[in-house]
Design a protein. Structure first.
Length: 172
């Protein structure tokens, strides 16, 4: 399985990075940052990093065979571009390819409250099969720490990608 994890916006970037780190080793991981990618990520985590300006990267092609993509966090700017079909950087190009190829695309919008425009964009994308999964907690798993809260959110994203995990206490 090949998965692209991208981060856009600022607040919540740690969730995208943590999700990337927690993906099983059996998955081929690719990472995009909306600003300059850090070479150290490739060296320390063994992740193939891509510069957001490089829309000719392998993951920008449907024939490369990416299975899924998650954008966490997903800024309202990135969400709006995807909803309107604007592919002006690698993040939005990959998202466009996911939609075109009918692959799983998860967006984790980070702002609240959501404006009517953002909700309209989310509804449009959901109609196209995009999964809108903001970082929202449930309290049944009894998180006590920030790490447990993050693990719950990431575990729910992994569930959507059909990646087995034990990151949170499930409903009993």
């Amino acid at each position: 399985m090949k998965i692209v994890v991208a981060t856009s916006g600022a607040s919540g970037v740690n969730l995208g990075l943590k999700a990337l780190e927690l993906l099983p080793e059996s998955i081929e991981k690719h990472f995009i940052m909306s600003k300059n990618s850090k070479v150290v990520l490739n060296k320390e985590l063994g992740i193939k990093t891509h510069k957001n300006k490089d829309i000719s990267a392998s993951i920008a092609s449907g024939s490369f065979g990416v299975d899924a993509m998650i954008i966490a966090p997903c800024s309202m700017n990135t969400l709006a571009k995807i909803a309107c079909g604007i592919s002006d950087n690698l993040v939005t190009r990959c998202a466009s390819v996911m939609i075109k190829e009918q692959k799983k695309l998860i967006l984790a919008p980070r702002e609240m409250p959501f404006s009517p425009i953002a909700l309209e964009n989310m509804q449009k994308l959901a109609t196209l099969g995009v999964i809108i999964a903001p970082p929202v907690m449930a309290y049944y798993s009894e998180q006590q720490t920030l790490e447990q809260m993050e693990n719950f959110i990431i575990g729910k994203w992994f569930d959507l990608l059909e990646i087995e995990n034990k990151l949170y206490k499930r409903w009993e």
